[in-house]
Design a protein around this ligand. Sequence first.
Ligand code: NAP
Length: 300
Amino acid sequence: MTSSEHDHARSDEPASVTLLGLGLMGHALAGTLLATGHPTTVWNRSADKGADLIGRGARRAGSAGEAIAAGSLVIVCITDNNAVRELVEPRAAELRGRTLVNLTSGSSSEADDISAWAAQHGIAYLDGAVLAAPDGIGTDEAAILYSGDKDAFDRHERVLRRLAAPTFLGERPGLAALHDVAVLTMMWNILNAFLHAGALLQSAGVSATALTPVLEGGISTTTGWLAGYAEQIDAGVFPGDDATIATHLAAMAHLIDESAAQGVSTELPRQIKAVADRAVAEGLGQSGYAAMISRFRSPE
Ligand code: NAP
């Protein structure tokens, strides 16, 4: 930690923060830092962005290097990690002794690689995954997952908390990116199920608006099962005492038939049943639903 980082960690003064990238997300992050009283220096590749932030007190740096030099905490949020590497690698000298927080979406191996590069150059590195849209930044709804340098997280937690509820997941830099895709697979599966359900009921003249409260109740029931299933997965024990996979399988066949009868796509129900078919073929028919984790552990 540099002496200036020490000073910020101890003082009640709002820390100076640098924001590299003023796209939709970077702009929201910078706006929240300004609104919470942090001296904020901004830089964007195209200089036409962020005029309103300057009007609200942000300082526009003439170059990325000048921006980095202005803050002990440097946040980068741009399109992808190739762009991040292009931006930060030539500026290792300016970044040395500072903390780099990368809120750009990317893969876990990219995060591991950037972290290794940062360590070689004396840069504290945190990788972050933003679980919010830009208009959620700075509200109670927003969350950001972090992984990497724990000391850097502890030093800057107060600032990071301004942006969104922060969770530190562990020291392996790629953990935030891995959790990000875990959340996304959950999100897209729920959304596709919602759309399939909407098409199914629309075919019977029920509006999506009328259907939604019923589905929300179903989601709530299902999420109530997750903690128990997680314990089963961690223990490797899958009692079929709520419903066996064989029982689920029969209902899945019914879902395919009903979808076909209503003239809507059977693609999603067939995928769902294919997983259960293979689990039953492997002898898991009398196990509980979470036993199908084995179907997801290996490639197809
Ligand atoms: P965006 O509005 O498209 O902005 C992209 C930003 O990246 C712009 O500032 C752009 O600069 C900059 N950029 C691209 N290539 C660059 C390069 N080679 N060097 C320097 N700057 C470069 O994207 P965004 O919505 O802000 O998203 C930024 C990151 O946040 C992405 O990784 C995204 O996945 C993540 N994220 C976004 C959301 C969301 O809802 N928007 C949610 C979670 C995570 P120019 O202005 O010069 O083009």
